[in-house]
Design a binder for this molecule. Structure first.
Ligand code: TMP
Length: 209
């Protein structure tokens, strides 16, 4: 049996990741692949409980190290119970956010280095990495407007952080794309949704066997 493929979608809030994850999953299913669409934090019952712990409550609820450990714990559960088994069965896994979100968001305060965040990933998930990662790139002000319209003033504990924070997150994502061009592709998210999905598919041709 062929090994499955693991694709992650990344970017700030309001960049259209979830819409594209669904569209990509549909397009791949039409091509005959078995697809598991999932998300982080979450994806399994236990990891969804950790999601709730992470995303509700006030800004000071968690120390940044606790926050990073909780994301890594949710990911460990998700990798062990859903992602690895699906890949072993030969399925395609499309994940709305993965390790690059931890690298982009939990590093902003400067208290945790990229190496430390990757160490948590090593311990929790034995360093499982996507075969391809798409970063949906949108000007922060445009993305913030879209996210505000979607959340109607009820953004989560991390989404509700200020614009400087979200600009730093997007700068981190762009840096990852520059550092790892083989795995990570930066996608202009200002285009219409169909054009973006077509571009994602085009950038997966080398992984289709
Ligand atoms: P979502 O609303 O796109 O599902 O993401 C939930 C929030 O969690 C979003 O603000 C990004 C944040 N996040 C992190 O800070 N670190 C992570 O590792 C992940 C997966 C999400």
């Amino acid at each position: 049996m062929t090994q499955g493929r693991f694709i992650s979608l990344e970017g700030g809030e309001g960049t259209g990741k979830s819409t594209q994850a669904k569209a990509l999953a549909n397009a791949l299913e039409k091509k005959g692949y078995v697809v598991r669409l999932t998300r982080e934090p979450g994806g399994t019952p236990g990891a969804e409980i950790i999601r709730d712990l992470l995303l509700t409550g006030g800004e000071d609820k968690w120390d940044i190290r606790t926050e990073a450990l909780l994301f890594a714990s949710a990911r460990a559960e998700h990798c062990a119970k859903l992602i690895r088994p699906a890949l072993t069965r030969g399925e395609w896994v499309i994940c709305d956010r993965f390790i690059d979100s931890s690298r982009a968001y939990q590093s902003v305060s400067g208290e945790l280095s990229d190496a430390e965040i990757m160490e948590l990933h090593q311990v929790g998930s034995n360093y499982l990495m996507p075969d391809r990662t798409f970063i949906l790139d949108l000007h922060e002000a445009v993305a913030a407007k879209r996210a505000a319209a979607r959340d109607r003033g009820d953004s989560d504990r991390i989404g509700g952080r200020d614009s400087d924070y979200h600009q730093a997150v997007m700068a981190n994502f762009r840096q990852f794309a520059a550092d790892e061009p083989n795995r990570i592709r930066l996608v202009d998210a200002s285009q219409d949704a169909e054009s973006i999905t077509a571009m994602l598919l085009q950038n997966l041709v080398d992984l289709m066997s």
